[in-house]
Design a protein around this ligand. Structure first.
Ligand code: GLA
Length: 731
C-alpha cells in the first residue's frame, strides 16, 4: 500500500509539469478605453503580467515574446505569484498543505471574457495539478473610467484542508526606470498624511494590524509615479491603487535588479493563516487600480469617476448639509439644547440635524465616554420625550434627522458587557485592554453580528423616519482573541471584517435609503470596502481648517469629494487650538460635503450672516463638488497656497477654491493659478462667492477657458487664511 502511494506520488510529480506544458501560447488583454493590462500564457502554462499602462494597439503583437524561459529564471512577473516552482519572491499566494509542504505551481487551464454594460470581465483559471488548488483571477475592466478591479477566488480542490499563509487580491508588475511611491500614514486627528518615497530595491510594505480602524495608521491606497522622482499633478504616468477592505491589509512593493516593480495588495496575513477546508473557496477583496498619463490628477479623476458610478453607496447623489451636535454640545445636552440647535440649523439653511454621542444608556447613562456603550435605549433623564420627538421636530423644521451609534463596542460599564462577557474580543486568561474606556465586540461571532445588526435596526425604529446614521468605531483591537472561534483564532481578523460586511449587507437590504456615514475616530475607515455600504466618511476628527487642508487634499487623491464630510467648527479649534477666520473655515468645508459642528448660538450676527450666505451659495454649486471632476491647482505641500477646482462633465460649469496657508510678501501680486479642465474655446463668467468686494480683478466678467488656463487668474490672497471661491459658468 505504502509502495503504491509512493509510486502514485512519483507518477503525479512526473506527470504534472508535462500536463501543464501542453497549452497554446496565448495573449490575454484586459483593456479599457485608454489602458491595457496584457497577460501572456506561456507554453508551459504559466501566466505572466507583461504590461500595464497605455494601450498597445493589437495586444497579440506580444505573442512572440518569451518570458523567463531559461534555467536561471525566477519566474518574476507571474500574474499571481505563488510560493513554489521557480518563484522565490514575495508571493501573492502561499499555501501550506496538510502534508506540511509549501509549494504551489499554478498553470493556466482556461479563461473567459464576458462583456457587461460598461465593464468587461476576464476570468483566468489557474490550477495546481499536484495539490488540486485552483485560483480564478477575475479582472473587471471599467471601460470609460479606465479602472481595473481585480480579485482572486482561491479554491481548495484537493481532498484535505489547507492553510492560506498569503492570499493577496492581485499582483501588478511594472517596468519603469524608477518609481515614486505616494502613500498615506496617520493617527487620530492627523489622518491621511501624505508621504512621497523613492523606491529602492528593498521591499516596501504598508500594512495595518489594527483590526478595526484599519485606515487610521496607513491607508490601503497608493500612487506610483513612473520613471520619475517627482510627484507630478498634471503630466506623466501615474498608477493609483486601493484595496477595498476595512480590516488588516498589506501592500508590498518589491523592485528587482532589472528595475521592475512587483506590487501586491491584499488582506494582511498577520496572525491570519486562514484555514480552507476541502472544496471551500476563499474570495479576496477587490484590488482597484488605474493608470493615467495625465499625472496624479488624471489617476484621481479616473478613480473618482469609477467610485461615484460603481462603488460608493449612493455615489453621485447629493448628501445633505448638516449640523452635528458633537463639538457644540458633546455629552451635555437636554431636549431643549437640541431643539434650539435645530432651530438654528434650519435658520441658517442647513438641511439636517445629527444627534451625536450621549443620547443613550439608563442604568449606565452615557454622560461621558466611560459608560453606556452597548445599551442603546434613549436616556430617559436627558431626553424624556424620546428620539421620536426630536426627529419629528426636525422634520417639522424642514430638517432631516440623523443619529450616532457605535454598535461594535461596549463599555465595561454597561448592561451589555455584563450580560455577554463572551461577546468581547479577548484572549483567555489575559487582561482585556481598554481604549477610550471601551472594549470591542467580537464580530467573528454570528450572534454578535445579529446583535450589531439589531442595534442599527432598533435605532431606525426609534422614530418613524431616521434619515441618517453616523456609524462610529472608536477602538483598535489589541490582545486579540475570540471566545467563539476557540482554537481557530487564525480566522479572527478576516472574519471580523467579513462579519462587519455581513451586517452592512443586511442593513442595505432592509434600509436602502438611509444615508450612512462611516466614522472611526474620524478617518479610521476610509476605504473602498466600507464605502460600498456607506455614503460618506467622517474624514477626520480634526476640524481645524488648516489641518483639514492637508487631510482633505490627500484624501481626495484617492477618494471622491462627495464622500468627504467636512465641517465648520468653532475657534480656537478644539483639537489644535488654531484660530482661523470663519470664511476660511467655510470656504474649506465647502470643498467637500459641507456641515457645521459647533454651538450656533455662539456665532455673532455678522457671523450668522456669513454662514447663511456661504450655505446658500454652496447649494448653487455643490453638484460640482459631488459629481464634478477634480483638478488640483496648487498642492499645500508645495508652498503657500492650496487650490482646486471641480468641473462638470460637460465643462459648462466649474467651482474654484483657493486658499493662502502661509503668509507671502504682498508686493508680489496675486497668486497665479492655471485653471484646468475647462473648454478653451468656451467663455465663462466668473463670480466670486460670499463677498461684497472680490479679490480678483476679473470678477463678474467673462473670459475664455484658454485665457483662464494661462495663469491670468490671480486672486489676491494677501494674508494667512485669505480664501476665495469662484463659480464659473459657460455662456
Ligand atoms: C468619535 C467621532 C466623533 C464623535 C465622537 C463621539 O471620536 O469621530 O466625531 O462622534 O466619537 O464620541
Amino acid at each position: 500500500m505504502k509502495r503504491f502511494c509512493l509510486l502514485a506520488a512519483l507518477l503525479l510529480t512526473a506527470l504534472a509539469p508535462s500536463l501543464a506544458r501542453e497549452v497554446k501560447k496565448t495573449v490575454i488583454a484586459v483593456e479599457t478605453e485608454n489602458s491595457a493590462l496584457v497577460l501572456l500564457v506561456q507554453e508551459n502554462g504559466q501566466v505572466f503580467n507583461l504590461h500595464y499602462g497605455t494601450r498597445v494597439g493589437d495586444a497579440q503583437q506580444f505573442l512572440p515574446m518569451a518570458v523567463d524561459s531559461d534555467d536561471y529564471n525566477t519566474a518574476s512577473g507571474l500574474a499571481y505569484p505563488a510560493t513554489g516552482g521557480r518563484f522565490i519572491g514575495e508571493p501573492a499566494l502561499h499555501v501550506k498543505y496538510a502534508d506540511g509542504t509549501h509549494n504551489t505551481e499554478l498553470y493556466y487551464s482556461g479563461h473567459s471574457i464576458e462583456p457587461r454594460l460598461g465593464c468587461i470581465t476576464t476570468s483566468i483559471r489557474l490550477d495546481d495539478p499536484v495539490t488540486g488548488l485552483q485560483v480564478n483571477l477575475v479582472y473587471d475592466a471599467y471601460q470609460k473610467e479606465n479602472v481595473i478591479v481585480t480579485h482572486s477566488e482561491i479554491v481548495n480542490g484537493g481532498g484535505r484542508p489547507v492553510q492560506l499563509l498569503n492570499y493577496a487580491s492581485g499582483a501588478l508588475y511594472l517596468d519603469a526606470d524608477e518609481y515614486l511611491l505616494t502613500h498615506f500614514h496617520g493617527a487620530w486627528a492627523a489622518d491621511m498624511q501624505l508621504e512621497h518615497e523613492w523606491l529602492g530595491h528593498d521591499m516596501k510594505v504598508i500594512e495595518s494590524r489594527r483590526g478595526t480602524q484599519a485606515t487610521q495608521g496607513n491607508n490601503p491606497s497608493f500612487l506610483l509615479s513612473l520613471g520619475t522622482r517627482e510627484f507630478r499633478e498634471n503630466e506623466g504616468e501615474v498608477i493609483a491603487g486601493a484595496l477595498a477592505w476595512s480590516g488588516n491589509f498589506r501592500l508590498c512593493f518589491e523592485q528587482d535588479a532589472g528595475h521592475r516593480l512587483s506590487v501586491l495588495a491584499g488582506i494582511s496575513p498577520f496572525a491570519s493563516a486562514y484555514p480552507l477546508a476541502a472544496g471551500d473557496t476563499f474570495v479576496t477583496p477587490d484590488f482597484i487600480y488605474t493608470w493615467s498619463d495625465q499625472g496624479a490628477g488624471g489617476a484621481s479623476r479616473n478613480l473618482h469617476r469609477w467610485a461615484r458610478k460603481y462603488s460608493v453607496y449612493g455615489g453621485g447623489e447629493i448628501n445633505p448639509t448638516l449640523l452635528n451636535s458633537w463639538e457644540g454640545a458633546y455629552f451635555n445636552f437636554t431636549t431643549e439644547t437640541l431643539l434650539r440647535m435645530m432651530d438654528d440649523a434650519a435658520g441658517m439653511g442647513l438641511e439636517m440635524f445629527v444627534l451625536d454621542d450621549g443620547w443613550f444608556g439608563n442604568d449606565y447613562p452615557r454622560n461621558g465616554d466611560n459608560a453606556g456603550l452597548g445599551d442603546w435605549e434613549p436616556n430617559a433623564q436627558k431626553l424624556p420625550e424620546g428620539i421620536d420627538y426630536l426627529a419629528r421636530y426636525a422634520h417639522r423644521k424642514g430638517l432631516k434627522f440623523g443619529i450616532w451609534i457605535e454598535p461594535e463596542m461596549a463599555n465595561p460599564q454597561s448592561n451589555l458587557a455584563q450580560a455577554h462577557p463572551d461577546w468581547v474580543v479577548q484572549s483567555p486568561g489575559r487582561d482585556i485592554y481598554q481604549g477610550r474606556n471601551q472594549w470591542v465586540l467580537d464580530l467573528s461571532n454570528p450572534e454578535v453580528e445579529d446583535f450589531v445588526f439589531g442595534i442599527f435596526d432598533r435605532t431606525m425604529q426609534l422614530a418613524p423616519h431616521i434619515d441618517y446614521i453616523k456609524w462610529d468605531c472608536n477602538r483598535v483591537i489589541q490582545s486579540f482573541g475570540s471566545p467563539y472561534l476557540g482554537a481557530e483564532q487564525d480566522r479572527f481578523y478576516v472574519e471580523y471584517t467579513q462579519g462587519l460586511y455581513n451586517v452592512m449587507r443586511r442593513i442595505r437590504d432592509k434600509y436602502p435609503k438611509v444615508i450612512v456615514q462611516c466614522c472611526s475616530s474620524g478617518g479610521g475607515r476610509v476605504d473602498y470596502g466600507a464605502l460600498r455600504y456607506c455614503n460618506e466618511v467622517w474624514t477626520s476628527d480634526n476640524t481645524d481648517a488648516l489641518s483639514r487642508v492637508f487631510i482633505q487634499y490627500a484624501t481626495n487623491l484617492i477618494y471622491p469629494a462627495c464622500v468627504m464630510g467636512s465641517h465648520v467648527s468653532t475657534v480656537p479649534n478644539h483639537q489644535t487650538g488654531n484660530v482661523t477666520p470663519l470664511k476660511f473655515r467655510f470656504d474649506l468645508a465647502c470643498s467637500g460635503r459641507l456641515g457645521m459642528e459647533l454651538q450656533p448660538k455662539t456665532l455673532s450676527a455678522e457671523e450668522r450672516t456669513l454662514a447663511d450666505r456661504c450655505i446658500s451659495s454652496y447649494k448653487q454649486y455643490r453638484d460640482l463638488v459631488f459629481s464634478g471632476n477634480v483638478y488640483r491647482l496648487a498642492s499645500p505641500y508645495d508652498g503657500s497656497y492650496y487650490g482646486l477646482m471641480y468641473v462638470s462633465e460637460d465643462k459648462s460649469r466649474a467651482v474654484v477654491f483657493t486658499y493662502c496657508i502661509h503668509y507671502e510678501p504682498r508686493n508680489v501680486g496675486g497668486k497665479s493659478f492655471k485653471l484646468r479642465g475647462l473648454d478653451p474655446s468656451r467663455t465663462y463668467r466668473v463670480t466670486e462667492q460670499n463677498v461684497n468686494r472680490s479679490c480678483w480683478w476679473g470678477n463678474g466678467q467673462s473670459f475664455s477657458g484658454q485665457f483662464l488656463s494661462s495663469g491670468a487668474f490671480n486672486p489676491v490672497l494677501p494674508q494667512l487664511y485669505s480664501s476665495a471661491v469662484f463659480l464659473l459658468e459657460a455662456e
